[in-house]
Every structure is written in structure tokens, then in C-alpha cells.
Design a protein around this ligand. Sequence first.
Ligand code: PFF
Ligand code: NA
Length: 435
Amino acid sequence: MTRASWRTRIGFILAAVGSAVGIGNVWRFPWFTADNGGAAFLLLYLLFVLLIGVPGLLGEFVIGRRGGSDPIGAFSALGGRNWRPMGGVALLASVVVLSFYSVVGGWILRYLLGSVTGAYFDAPQQFFGAIDYGLGAVAAHVVFLLVTAGVVYAGVDRGIEVATKIMVPGIVVLLVGLAVWASTLPDVAGGYEFYLSLDWGYLQTNFVDVAAAAAGQALFTLSVGAGVMLTYASYLGEDRSLAADGTIIAVLNTVVGLLAGLVIFPVLFSLGVPPGDGGPGALFISLAGAFESLPYSRLIGFAFFGVVALAALSSSISLFEVPVAYLVDEHDVARSWATAGVGALFLVTGSGAALSSDLFTLLADNVANLALTVGLLGFLLFDGWVLGKAALEEYESGAGPLARALGRPWLVAIAVVLPIFLTFTLLSSLTGLAG
Ligand code: PFF
Ligand code: NA
């Protein structure tokens, strides 16, 4: 059987943007910006996306396209069997992330439904408390998982490519519409000020902490470390410029995060709702509660949670595809059976996270970051020290003159600079866990 591939260049880009644009963009990123110096933070963050996020992303792309296989198969093909466990780490990371991601996906579906029925308007706090963990959460997570599995089952080009070609433009159009609408609300100036006012002073005093957090977010937001981008790039031909595609993906991902803030903060400030701490409660409780006092509250709620649902789904699809690709590529399992098997796995792990807030928090706050960091470290060291010249050659294939000129600096960055940085984050999070 011939291996799956993307039908169009834009199809690959939108699938990757769909993976990158996720729950992280619509809730973590806007609060992060507001809390850390507004526009000053935004500039620093953009710099990190270009200096750390994009090079890391390209490190994954290179292994995927050259290896032409799932993470384990790609390492094996390029470095020999001894490297298989390194691909296994990435595979594990994809499983860990999706195990809690689909629980959040289930919550979002409940809010989408709640927007139609108006269920969360009266008592937003109680509504979230009633659905967050338990059998209801299990059921909602299963529905979310089934939709995810359905898209993956339909295939790379006919499922993932077609779905994300609709979903990603849908996200952007809805967000632009919501942002324009939000700007017409009364007293929104305070919202924009809270979000984007330029505060270099804050950044200067807290530079190390803010920089470390921003760099971590720059990697998480681009979906690197779990073999997602590697797997997506394995369905690519040699004629595309990885550097150009990667830059477009990073820019679109940032634009969506920016737009989300232009919806959230004007709404909260217009209604005098305290913005809160930026945790999940801020998205699901403050904001959902705020919608109630607006005209067309149900329509607004539906559009907003529709955006969040599309963002979550286009990311969960990409995570689900990693173990499916592994079964298809390494064990010659038919896509249909692979989808069923992987679905059964997530049915179990996700239900665990939907029943136990302890397990959920452990996965979401600790294990996921750890696995993603180790996964990425493996990719970059492999690129820099095992592939070396071959990595550069792969990077250059299809690249234009500007991208070619940046090839060597890129290799140095991923072989030396990024690994040092990642090792520091790893050590500090490990000591944080122990302490
Ligand atoms: N990039 C996604 C977000 O910002 O929500 C999260 C994510 C998806 C991380 C897929 C890692 C991954 F492999
Ligand atoms: Na993202």
C-alpha cells in the first residue's frame, strides 16, 4: 500500500496550524500576555517564537520528512534500531497530552450545548463544578474522542486535510467577527489597556522568570515534542520549503492567540467582571458568566465555544494521528483497526483523567511538560549530532535563498542553544517537582 500524503501545500500548512492553534491559544496565551507586561511581553514572545519555537519545529519537520515515517520508524530509519526508544518518548508524550486534552474537549462540548440551552448562564460557577470530573465528564470526553477518531479514520488527505481546511478558516473568521463585535461594547478601553499596555518595567524586573515561561509557551503552542509535527511532515514531499511553511504556521498561530485576547478582555471589562487568575476557571466561569448579560447571549456563547471546540479538535486530531501512524507504519495495521485500537486506549486513559482531578492535574501540569521537553530534546540532539550534515541537507531541500542562508545558524541553534535551554527547564521543573 502506498503511504498517505497531503494533497496540497495549503492542506499541510492548515493541518499544522490546526494542531498548533489549541486550547493554549484561547486561554493560556491571552492571560500570559496580560500578566507579563502586555505589548512588551508580546514582542519578547514573538522573538522567542522565531528564535526557539520555529527552529524547534523545523527540527521535528526535518526528521519526519527525511524519515518518512512515524516517530519510532523515523528514528529507526535514520539512526538505527537503538534510537527507537527516543521515538517512543515522543509517542508517549502524544498519549499523555491527548489523555487530558480530550477531557477538556469534553468540557467544551458541554459548554457548546449549554450555550444553546442557556444552562450555564444563571450559575456559571456551579455549572462548571457539576461537569468538571465524574461520569458526565467521562461521557463528554468519549463524544469528543469519537469525533476525533472519525476524522483520523477518514485518512490523512480525506480526513485530517479536509477537516482542518474547514476548521482553521472557521476559527479565524469567527474570532475576527467576535473581536469586531466586542469592540462595539461599552467601556472596552480598560480591556485593551489591561491586555496590551506596554510595560517594559515589569519585564525588566522579572526577566528570567518571564523569559523562561515565554520560551516554554513558544514550544508548547507550536505542538513540538510529541512527534505530531514530525508525523505531519512525514506526509510531505521534498519540494516544499520547511522553513517558509514553519514560519507561516508560527505567524498564524500567534495571530489566533492575539485575536482571542481581543475578544476576551473587552468582554470582561465591558461587563466589569474581574479578569481572574487566567486558570481554566477564567475561561469557563468568568467568561461564560459574562455572556449572560449580553444581547444575543446564546449566539455569542455558541460562537465563542465553537471557536474553542474547533481549536481543541484540530489539535486532538493531530495527537491521535501519532499512535495511529505508528501502528500503520511499524505494524502494517490497517488505518481502521489502528484507529479503533488507539481509540480504545484513549477511552481508558481519558476516562481516568475525567474521573480523577488528581490524575488530570498530574498529567496536565507535570507529566505532559516533562514528556514534551524530553521528546524535543531527543529530536534536536539527533538532528544536531547524529544527522548533522544530512539534517542541513533536508532543511535545504525546497528552501529559498533566505532560508538557505539561515541553515547553519539554525543547526547551531538546535544542536547547542536549544538543548542547553531545555536542559535547564527540565532540571528546574524536576527540582520543582521534588520540592
Ligand atoms: N499546541 C496546542 C495548544 O496550543 O493548545 C497544544 C499541543 C498540541 C501541544 C499537540 C503538543 C501537541 F503535540
Ligand atoms: Na498553540
